[in-house]
Design a protein around this ligand. Structure first.
Ligand code: NAD
Ligand code: ZN
Length: 382
């Protein structure tokens, strides 16, 4: 089968690899028809992680079931399914609580938790930027879609990661109807966080970024764009709220936050939120924080190597802010978000800027990694 394979820093090649196949009776095999490139793929693409060369990328996948293992009871051949990026067992201590992003069974390293398709540090599983994908525990890890799936793939494929991830940011931040919310990052994840806050009935949502094309999208969905090249988001929000601050904030940028000097500085967005959110408000941090030294993950890819950042903890404490962090447990939100799409209440596919053939993955990675104008979200069709 054809697959987009990581060959080293900033090198992805589409080539023939052995076909994915059923390996366990609980597996299903899915013919992938839509698979996205994610901001998280770029950490691996840029060579900042321990991701092995020769491995297939891709954790935002949708397609049609072509084969099921002997122990699969619910999912049937022919079903259209979207696959949450977290691979989970459904029966460990974490999964029982809905924390599928910290599943203990699918992660082979006892010092870690959580697994995903085509992801560094998240188990040995291949990605779905390929013609076929093996899905472990298919009954648990596939969300079945309705008859409109084939026509509405661009909306439904966002359920694999970024729609639930954006929603998770708003849940951790505690966004409620009427709230005033500041989102850092107008990338796909930030736009989905803003979209989720608006779906929940937030009163005002500001989205901060320096990319005009992405800020335009934020405005189109009803958020207030803040261009960080011109304004300080915390000041904008405080001024608009009579000095009180936002009720909550979402961090959707991560450790590669860009500062005006061109450095990478994850403290910018965190300290911006600590400044902008009112006393006892909430922060949802879904942006990824990796070690500062790009090589560090290779040699010490364990918890102790995760990025250390001087955030203003004193102010965080003084304000009594609540903070939620980490990878989104996609399954927790997926049925509800699917049914918002099915009912015509949500159309997250508005993000898609490029639909391309899988063979175009190498140049798509390059454009998306450069954050080239207009490259908001790429969907590949194997
Ligand atoms: P992206 O890189 O396309 O978007 C990031 C955006 O942040 C860009 O538009 C960039 O211009 C903007 N930005 C950079 N510096 C900024 C600053 N100082 N202030 C405001 N905006 C700034 O990526 P994405 O796909 O939207 O993902 C965003 C983050 O979320 C990444 O770190 C990604 O790995 C992470 N992520 C987390 C989860 C999860 O489960 N927690 C899931 C998916 C993605
Ligand atoms: Zn993703």
């Amino acid at each position: 089968m054809r697959a987009a394979v990581y060959e080293g820093p900033r090198t992805v090649t589409v080539k023939d690899v052995p076909d994915a196949r059923i390996e366990h009776p609980t597996d299903i095999l899915v013919k992938i028809t839509s698979t996205n490139i994610c901001g998280s793929d770029l950490h691996m693409y840029e060579g900042r992680t321990s991701f092995e060369t020769g491995r297939t990328l891709g954790h935002e996948n949708l397609g049609q079931v072509v084969e099921v293992g002997k122990a699969v009871g619910k999912v049937k051949v022919g079903d259209w399914v979207v696959l949450p990026f977290n691979i989970a067992c459904g029966f460990c201590k974490q999964c029982e609580q809905g924390l599928t992003s910290y599943c203990l069974t699918m992660q082979p390293d006892p010092g870690k938790a959580g697994a995903a398709y085509g992801f560094a540090e998240m188990g040995p599983y291949q990605g779905g930027q390929a013609e076929l994908l093996r899905v472990p525990y298919g009954d648990f890890n596939a969300l079945r879609l309705g008859e409109d799936a084939a026509e509405r793939q661009l909306d439904y494929v966002m359920l694999a990661d970024i729609f639930p991830t954006g929603y998770h940011a708003t849940e951790m931040a505690g966004v409620k109807p009427g709230d005033q919310t500041l989102v850092y990052g107008a990338g796909p994840v930030g736009l989905m966080a803003a979209y989720s806050a608006l779906l929940k009935g937030a009163g005002r949502v500001w989205v901060a970024d320096h990319q005009p094309d992405r800020l335009r999208l934020a405005e189109e969905i009803g958020a207030i764009p803040v261009n960080t090249a011109e304004e300080d988001p915390a000041e904008v929000v405080k001024e608009a709220t009579l000095g009180l601050g936002a009720d909550n904030g979402c961090e959707c940028v991560g450790y590669q936050a860009h500062d005006p000097q061109g450095r990478e500085d994850g403290t910018l967005t965190m300290n911006g939120l600590i400044d902008a959110v009112r006393f006892t408000g909430g922060l949802g941090v879904v942006g990824v924080f990796l070690p500062e030294d790009p090589g560090a993950a290779d040699t010490q890819g364990k918890a102790e190597a995760q990025g250390k950042m001087p955030i203003d903890f004193g102010m965080l404490w003084f304000k009594g802010l609540k903070v939620g962090t980490g990878q989104a447990p996609v399954k927790r939100y997926n049925r509800a978000l699917r049914d918002l799409i099915a009912g015509g209440k949500a159309e997250p596919g508005f993000l898609v800027s490029h639909e391309l053939d899988l063979d175009e993955a190498p140049s798509a990675y390059e454009h998306f990694d450069n954050r080239d104008d207009g490259w908001t979200k790429v969907v590949l069709h194997p």
